[in-house]
Write a protein that binds this ligand. Structure first.
Ligand code: ACM
Ligand code: ZN
Length: 727
């Protein structure tokens, strides 16, 4: 049987390998004819259409050519032309031994054609140092996207990203024909865009910690950090993106997620005393703009007027997500408004707020884009474009109400989410998902009707950035790349129409046979799909699923080897495997037995009061995030785990904060261990709420001590310790 499966796999590989042209996203039609074109230093780019002039420079830069001409020569040229019978983003590309001719309906189509041309060349083209002569594979392509909107969202509010890195991301997405960059510029954690009429928004609320009125991420008040884009920077990014057929859709997240704005203008808050100050270490963490203060709309119009002039996009994203309606319900003015109109539902107030902002935008010729919650109240105009994020089911509800939708449910498209259970990244109750899940999403399979899907404008995937801070902030661009690629390739395929047929094996084959090399030469630190680990009859083996090289490490001695054949062992948990291709790596994977844990009898006490809904007695459940305090931590606070019997283990891991989320935590603290339950020894520091000890002495008790007061923190969440048995 096994041999039959292997043979079938080999056959499948052979079938896919027949196509030498492997493009991501796959075009609608590719006819290979073998008449290749050779790019030489003497090749010219011919273009008569003024509108396409910026693309001529782009092609010359990537192909390292000097010659651009207006009139088409007889041979040895790449032509860029307009064909108004085609749709704006539609193109045809014809390769012959004389020329490559790209004809397109508009600038977008010509850019798409150029991206296909780059993918028909050696992958070195992305380094802009490809050696000439270079061969363009012989084929004719006819192509257009299925969806007009193919987007990526970058959250620069939580973690500021330099302009250079934003430009770099515009390159990455445009290589994949992703044509929208949703730029999440403001949130509770920062205001990243200069507003000339309200300069403190960026100058003050563009920074967190230190003497900023804005709390730092993960409780690091000592350090002041952040940044913002000047209006000149914004114009540069918009222009750079336009050359790459990327429209920038700015987001000013209102009326919730507005802590940064409200730290500068507390008078925009609702009119009630915040009772939660004690929980939050005396920090006013309210983040909803009062919906009924008339003066608020004046300030917002001044801000939005500047945003509208900076961005050519017809759409301006005004947020609308996760408004803490309880803040409005506690406000005498907001609750009086609801009463006056006969409502009890806070979403009706959100409708009113969004409609007011929509009227402001209309003055500047713009339309609102909103997160799906803004469609809950029933009063949102059909002109608004709704970004469906909460779940596929919520998207369905939004479509059933008749809203045009950008499809991005978190369980398939949130790229800050972990890609498998045991690697880095945000983990919430919706779990982890990988490239295959993003690629495999299918409307029909998920019960969407044709009427629903007719309202889909396209797909988007966001990268929310609070979590990657723990990994070095802007320096950790590698981490964002690892989280977003190749999952963004799958988003691109979804948006283009999955012309490869929708089979995972075909898509994966296209990636590893061609696109891995391209991504390497693009300079992307992408994730490779890991091999699968098997353990049968004392033999530990991995199945090779692509053309990468597999390595393994024996964790009992640290030795690294190249994997050649099955390993005979009675202790499969000791081994970690991973795949490498050029500079790219898969996550490390192991047999399931590696993740088996001990669950000894244990008791939890703390200097902090417990939240009765999540009592400390839950510690014995050995589950994550099951215990909570009822306030944030102060310096010297402790939590104590006492085991009935001393615990012997190879590794123990504690989370003094929500597991895998880096929130609701003791941000600064240390771990003390005791062999007798009386005398404690300081052994490790908390690293973003987590601490691990390898090969500890037998543990009778463990104590986590807070070394700083978390001003602006919430309640603290704990998990039971995660205890791995000895090998
Ligand atoms: C969101 O994730 N709050 C849009
Ligand atoms: Zn109010």
């Amino acid at each position: 049987m096994k041999r039959l499966i292997l043979t079938m796999t080999a056959l499948m590989m052979a079938v896919y390998a027949v196509s030498a042209v492997a493009i991501v996203p796959q075009p609608q039609s590719v006819i290979e004819h073998g008449r290749a074109f050779v790019v030489r230093p003497s090749t010219v780019v011919a273009c008569e259409a003024e509108e396409l002039a910026p693309l001529v420079g782009y092609v010359c830069e990537y192909l390292d050519l000097y010659g651009a001409v207006k009139c088409t020569p007889r041979s040895n040229y790449i032509a860029l032309a307009l064909d108004k019978s085609l749709a704006e983003e539609e193109y045809s590309l014809a390769v012959s031994s004389d020329a490559v001719i790209i004809a397109a309906g508009g600038y977008g189509g010509a850019f798409n054609g150029v991206q296909t041309l780059l993918q028909l060349l050696p992958s070195k083209v992305y380094t802009k140092q490809m050696r000439l002569p270079a061969v363009v594979r012989g084929c004719d392509v006819k192509d257009k996207p299925k969806y007009a909107y193919r987007g990526f969202m970058l959250d620069v509010a939580r973690t500021f990203m330099t302009k250079e890195n934003v430009l770099r991301y515009i390159d990455y997405i445009s290589y994949h024909k992703i044509n929208k960059l949703h730029w999440h510029l403001t949130d509770n954690q920062g205001w990243r865009i200069e507003i000339k009429s309200h300069p403190d928004l960026a100058k003050v609320a563009g920074f967190r910690g230190g003497d900023s009125p804005l709390r730092a991420a993960l409780g690091k008040w000592e350090e002041k950090y952040g940044g913002y884009y000047t209006q000149e920077d914004i114009r540069e990014v918009v222009e750079y993106a336009a050359v790459r057929n990327v429209e920038i859709i700015p987001e000013i997240d209102l009326p919730g997620h507005s802590e940064a704005l409200l730290r500068i203008y507390p008078e925009m808050l609702c009119n009630f005393a915040n009772k939660d100050l004690a929980v939050n270490g005396n920090y006013d963490a309210r983040n909803a703009i009062c919906a009924t203060k008339e003066g608020n709309y004046k300030i917002l119009e001044e801000i939005l007027a500047e945003i509208c002039t900076l961005f050519p996009s017809h759409h301006l994203h005004i947020g609308g997500d996760e408004v803490r309606l309880t803040q409005w319900l506690q406000c005498p003015d907001c609750s009086a408004w609801l009463k006056r109109h006969g409502y009890t539902d806070g979403y009706k107030l959100e409708d009113m707020f969004i409609n007011r902002i929509q009227a402001i935008l209309a003055k500047y010729g713009k339309s609102p884009s909103v997160w799906n919650e803004a469609a809950f109240g029933g009063g949102l105009s059909k002109e608004a474009l709704v970004y469906g994020w909460k779940s596929a089911d919520v998207c369905k509800q939004v479509m059933q109400k008749g809203y045009r939708t950008i499809f991005m449910p978190q369980e398939f498209f949130y790229l800050d989410m972990r890609q498998s259970r045991h690697e880095e990244g945000r983990l919430n109750r919706r779990g982890a998902f990988d490239l295959r899940k993003t690629y495999s999403f299918d409307f029909a399979e998920q019960g969407f009707t044709v009427e629903n899907t007719n309202l889909v404008e396209g797909f988007e995937a966001p990268f929310w950035s609070e979590i990657f801070l723990h990994n070095g902030g802007d320096k950790s661009i590698d981490y964002i790349e690892y989280m977003t690629f190749p999952r963004l390739c799958a988003v691109a395929e979804q948006g283009w129409g999955k012309n490869g047929g929708g089979e995972w094996e075909e898509f994966h084959h296209r990636l590893y046979t061609r696109h891995y090399d391209r991504m390497c030469d693009m300079g992307l630190n992408f994730r490779i799909t890991p091999p699968e680990v098997k353990y049968e009859e004392g033999m530990l083996s991995v199945e090779k699923i692509d053309n990468s090289t597999i390595y393994y490490r024996d964790d009992s001695n640290g030795k690294v080897c190249k994997y050649k054949s099955a390993i005979s062992t009675s202790k499969p948990a000791k081994y970690l495997f991973w795949a490498e291709y050029r500079g790219a790596k898969s996550p490390e994977v192991a047999h399931a037995s590696r993740y088996e844990t001990l669950k000894p009898k244990v008791k939890l006490t703390s200097s902090m009061p417990e939240n009765p809904d999540y009592p400390f007695s839950n510690v014995g459940l050995y589950d994550v995030n099951k215990m909570r305090t009822s306030r944030t931590c102060r310096k010297g606070d402790w939590i104590l785990f006492e085991f009935e019997e001393p615990v012997e283990c190879r590794e123990i891991e504690f989370w003094a904060g929500a597991y895998g989320v880096y929130a609701r935590m003791i941000p600064k603290g240390h771990l003390e261990l005791s062999e007798d339950g009386v005398n404690f020894e300081r052994v490790a520091e908390l690293d973003n709420s987590c601490v691990r000890v390898i090969n500890p002495r037998p543990i009778k008790a463990a104590r986590i001590v807070a070394d700083a007061t978390y001003i602006g923190g919430y309640e603290i969440r704990f998990s039971s310790p995660i205890i791995y048995p000895k090998w």
